[in-house]
Design a protein around this ligand. Structure first.
Ligand SMILES: [Zn+2]
Ligand SMILES: [Zn+2]
Length: 249
């Protein structure tokens, strides 16, 4: 059994005893001092105390390193970028605010639109869908610039009521996925009518050339996006600070 030197803190008398003496081991206590003091005087083992202190310090050190690793793991440049891209889209669009606004707007869809009843009821009874940047299909360089985005631009998981977007999502793509979440599953005439209605209401504009549409698909998204691009850019772009002019009044 491993032995350690135990010392009485009062009289200094020491002896060898196991490093972990039993509770009732008489060597734990200095009997002469105990009988003088009237209470049990416990011996201490300085070597064991020092060892314990050393171990505590090592454990604290280890825990600190682990917390540091954890912090780094959560804050890789890509994760920092992902958090940012979940908040801000193209032209500085605040994604969450915009989603909430569009979702509320759906309550006012005219019931003459196909699917409007579903859209209205979903937007009234459900909160706005959750929007976050996609996990996959994009990466950033060491300066945090997006290198590649690919595949489909956005994805609506309607059954989970959430939307996955790629970095710098455009307003049009966000609106497109919101329309899916409102209950439009297919890219058909009803879907695009709803999307165009939302676009026109949001931007107080009219989408031109609708009469040229003969088939429904992503080219309509491109058409909408092209027509509102300037409006959206000017709306969201943070206004540059003008140099202060001396007032003449
Ligand atoms: Zn003693
Ligand atoms: Zn779609």
């Amino acid at each position: 059994m491993k032995q350690a030197r135990w010392k009485c803190p009062t009289c200094g008398h020491g002896l060898l005893a196991p490093t972990r003496p039993r509770r009732n081991d008489v060597r734990r206590y200095c009997l002469p001092c105990s009988s003088k003091a009237g209470v049990l005087v416990e011996r201490i083992a300085p070597a064991l105390d020092a060892q314990r202190n050393r171990r505590d310090a090592q454990r604290r050190e280890r825990e600190k390193a682990q917390r540091e690793r954890e912090r780094k793991r959560k804050n890789t440049p890509r994760k920092v970028a992902a958090r940012q891209f979940s908040k801000v889209g193209q032209y500085g669009m605040p994604i969450q605010t915009e989603t909430a606004r569009l979702w509320r707007m759906l309550r006012h869809m005219p019931t003459t639109y196909r699917g409007a009843t579903t859209a209205i009821s979903r937007s009234k009874r459900m909160p706005a869908p959750k929007v976050a940047v996609k996990d996959k299909y994009w990466s950033i360089d060491k300066d945090g610039r997006v290198l590649n985005t690919g595949r489909s631009a956005g994805l609506a998981y309607t059954w989970q009521h959430r939307i996955a977007v790629e970095p710098n999502v455009s307003w049009e793509t966000l609106a497109h996925e919101i329309i899916h979440c409102a209950g439009y599953h297919k890219h058909d005439i009803a879907f695009y009518s709803a999307l165009i209605w939302l676009t026109e209401r949001r931007w107080r504009t009219t989408i031109k050339d609708r009469h040229t549409i003969t088939a429904y698909g992503y080219h309509i998204d491109a058409m909408i996006e092209r027509q509102i691009d300037d409006i959206v850019r000017n709306h969201f772009q943070p206004t540059p600070i003008e140099p202060t002019q001396p007032t003449t009044e």
